[in-house]
Design a protein around this ligand. Structure first.
Ligand SMILES: [Zn+2]
Ligand SMILES: [Zn+2]
Length: 179
């Protein structure tokens, strides 16, 4: 699958937060997530499953009846993902539990989704290195809502990077919109 091309805001490119990296491919820059942790400090990166040539983000997911592991593309704004297991009962707009694959701590917190019209009330919280920077992803299946929270960067910059995800949004049949 081809990587979607996004224009990375200059202010962001000049001070990319720890745990993220800009990669040049051809004439374009892509933003890659390099390190991501659960609240207990376990790495969520998986070197054995690579998407677009890079380590993927491994999460455990649980619905009412089933559970499995999902591998998500670490390129920001991309939607590729490989399921080791697809929850057959999961329906669009359903809330799922997302856990650390190592300690099984719940990665879900209460919080409003940034996506207009979405009232999930739950978000997946992923930690970048350093303790203060996070990525929030809506926990509702099929919702592309997500937000980058960088403590020492103005909101308008992180918001413009968060918006990158909405270009080339995945089809309705996608179960989990990635980050
Ligand atoms: Zn953990
Ligand atoms: Zn949402």
């Amino acid at each position: 699958m081809k990587l979607p091309v996004h224009k990375i805001p200059t202010e962001f490119a000049e001070s990319v937060p720890r745990g993220m990296r800009l990669i040049s491919k051809g004439h374009h820059d892509f933003l890659l997530i390099e390190s991501l942790f659960c609240a207990n400090g376990h790495s969520l990166m998986d070197n054995s499953v690579r998407i677009h040539g890079e380590a993927s983000i491994k999460l455990k997911i649980k619905s009412k009846k089933e559970e499995g592991v999902v591998f998500i593309d670490a390129f920001w704004g991309s939607y590729s993902k490989l399921f080791s297991y697809i929850p057959t009962v999961a329906k669009k707009n359903q809330l799922i539990d997302v856990l650390c694959p190592h300690c099984e701590s719940l990665l879900i917190e209460n919080g409003e989704c940034t996506q207009k019209g979405c009232k999930s009330g739950k978000k997946i919280v992923l930690h970048l290195p350093g303790g203060n920077n996070r990525i929030h992803v809506c926990a509702k299946l099929g919702c592309p809502g997500h937000l980058l929270k960088i403590s020492d960067m103005p909101d308008e910059i992180t918001e413009s990077v968060s918006d990158l995800n909405f270009f080339g949004a995945a089809g309705d049949d996608e179960l989990f919109q990635g980050i």
